[in-house]
Every structure is written in structure tokens, then in C-alpha cells.
Design a protein around this ligand. Sequence first.
Ligand SMILES: Cc1cc2nc3c(=O)[nH]c(=O)nc-3n(C[C@H](O)[C@H](O)[C@H](O)COP(=O)(O)OP(=O)(O)OC[C@H]3O[C@@H](n4cnc5c(N)ncnc54)[C@H](O)[C@@H]3O)c2cc1C
Length: 383
Amino acid sequence: MNFDLNDEQKAWKRAVHDFVAKEVKPKAREVDETDAFNWEAVRKGGPLGLLGMSIPEAYNGANVDAISNAIAMEELGWGCGSTALAFAAHNGLGTTPLVWYGSEELKTKWLALVAEGKHKLGALALTEPGAGSDLQGGVTTKAEKQGNEWVINGAKMWCTNASIAEYIITLVRTDPKGGSKSLSMILVPTDAKGLHIAPAEKKMGLHGSPTHGVTYDNVRVPLENLVGVEGRGLHQTLATLDGGRISIGALSIGLAQAALEAAVDYAHQRKAFGHSIAEFQAIQFKLADMATEIELARTMLHKAAWLKDEGKPYNKEAAMAKLYATEMAEHVCREAIQIHGGYGYSREYNVERMYRDARLMTIGEGTSEIQRLVIARHVLADE
Ligand SMILES: Cc1cc2nc3c(=O)[nH]c(=O)nc-3n(C[C@H](O)[C@H](O)[C@H](O)COP(=O)(O)OP(=O)(O)OC[C@H]3O[C@@H](n4cnc5c(N)ncnc54)[C@H](O)[C@@H]3O)c2cc1C
């Protein structure tokens, strides 16, 4: 494994960093305070390739390698947790299953559209009001064949991007008998009759990333909207989530990096007992630990991405990187608030927003507990 980025990756990092510094970071406070989605980032990020990171060039995508994808997600997370989550959900969840499993017709119709930045995004609805971690046993949204259509009924919960998406890839039960081969993925356009997207959830953080409950009331879509193979929905979902975890880990590293930078700035400015607080060893040790944890998370994450690029198994490494990076980000953001003292608890400073945004990352795309289950399975099998 090479610990340095290649020239192409370095140029991509610079381009994304400049874009985020100009179009994303300056608006992070505003999107948090107004619950507004940063559409400008979509319009301008599309041409840069940020909406087509997994999409082949034949469908307008940039099709970047997994390390470049992680680099971009870290930069976006550094700029704004909300905007980054929308991009992560779009690339990692909304488009990847289509790229990997979709028919030529579906890819031609939808991928080119959502990669451009002129239209809305993609979304993936797995979680339901009664089931998140246990999709195999818990998914009740069902799809039945009637003539040449699927008829879908049920409800999904916590769907990122639903209100700003062209379509929602929906995990449904197609075999009422249950079991690991009873689920399938179906693409549902958001203008389908009978699809209802509830108002955005009121969340602790990530206010600029809309999350919705979605109900399906006799929604009819053509049989051709099946994504992949009937009965392989769970398998397809788990493979998609492996990649998504690298993305959420990278986003978390970006949030932590931004919190560290804010803490360093503040430590230089703030005076106590006649010194800048950066001169106190207690503060220096905090900053040293934060920087070390970020570096470790980044190295783990790039290793998982590198394995993915090499076509090697990366399920364990992606789970480890997601687990460590997301828990690390929460800790680093906490320490950044501590270094800011009382001001860290104020909305006047950005670290409290970063802390609220980071809190989701140990939950979404598989909780920390589920990552530990995945890792433990590998550890026990290796012995
Ligand atoms: C802001 C936000 C955005 C989201 N975006 C999306 C999205 O775009 N698409 C989507 O489908 N979902 C999305 N989700 C849902 C998210 O993926 C789920 O919340 C997550 O997978 C956990 O599921 P759950 O909430 O049902 O918790 P549960 O599965 O009910 O878990 C509750 C608790 O029990 C623990 N637990 C469960 N099973 C086990 C076990 N076997 N061993 C040990 N502990 C266990 C969990 O770790 C957790 O601590 C989003 C959620 C949020 C909050």
C-alpha cells in the first residue's frame, strides 16, 4: 500500500478543497440555522464530478477510485456535515446500487440525470419505523407483482435526500415467506402516485441535510424498475453499505479535522493566567491526541479504500475504519469544545455544530454496535 497520494489524487484533493472552501464551508452555519439545503453546492459540484463519484463516464460520471472518493468526502465533511451527508447518501447509497446492479435502461435513464447537478439527487430507503439494524427480519414494506408492475405498500424512515431526490431505491420484501432471499431493491421515482414524503425530521444536527419518513400507498412502478436480481436485495444492500461506510468514515474525519483547526486557532487567541492557552501543556496534549487520532483514522480509512480499489475483500477494514473514525470524530469534536471553554457551548463558534453533526455518524449506515458485530465475526473466523 502506498502512503502517498498519486498526482491525480493530489490534484483532485486540491480541486475539491478549493471548491469546498469557496462553496460549502462559508455556508455551513447558514444551512444549519435555516434548515436549508445547499443547492448551489449541487449545481457547482456536479460539473466537478462530486455527484458522479461512483458513476462511469458513459453516464456523465467521474468514476473516481475509492481513495479519491474518501478524499472528497473528507473535504466535504471538513466544510459542512449536512452538505457532506447529502453527497455521501447520493453517491454511496443513491447511485452505487444502480451502478453495480441496475439494468442498462435504468442506468441510462437515471444516472446521467443525477450526475449533472442540474437535477435532484438519488436516495436509498432501507430503514423502517420498526427496523434498522435488522433489515432481514424487520422490513415490512412489500412489493407484489401485478401484471407488468410492482405494487408497493409500506413505510420507510430516516431517508436522507428523499425530498431532494429524483428517485428512491427502496428495499422491499418480495417474498412473504421471509429469509435472506426475500428482499429486493426497486427504484421508485419521487413523483410516483401514492408516494408520500413526510416533512423533514427535526434533528439534533445536520439541519441542512433533509431526512424523511416515506410512505408507499399502492405505488405502481414497472417490473423493469427492479434494481439487480429479485431476492438479492439484502446481499446488494450489505455490499453497498461496505462502500458507504468508507464514505461516512471519511466525512467524520473531515468534521474532526475542522474541529481540530478551530481548536488550534482558538488556543492561540485565548489568554488565561497571562498566557495563551496554547502554552499550557494540558491543552497541547489534547491537541496532540486529537491530531494523532485523526491521522490514525485517515490511515485506516485509506487502507480500506485501497483494498476496495485493489478488488480485495474490505468488509472488515471498512467496518473498523467506520467504527474508529466516527467514534474518534465525536471525541475530537468534544475536545474542541472543551478547549473553547464556555464559548465552545455557544452557537457563536462552529465547534458545537460540528459536535452535533458528528453525533449521527456512529448511528447511520450501521451503528457502532453493528460494526463491532461485523468485526467480531471476522476475528472469530480468523482464529
Ligand atoms: C440523520 C439520519 C440519516 C439517515 N439516513 C438513512 C438513509 O438515507 N437511508 C436509510 O435506509 N436509513 C437511514 N438512516 C437510518 C440509520 O441507518 C438507522 O438509524 C441505523 O441503521 C440504526 O437503525 P435503528 O435506528 O432502527 O436502530 P435499531 O436497529 O433499533 O438499534 C437500536 C440500538 O440497538 C442496537 N442494536 C441493534 N441490534 C443489535 C445487535 N444485534 N447487537 C447489539 N446491539 C444492537 C443498535 O446498535 C442501537 O444502539 C438515517 C438515520 C439518521 C438518524
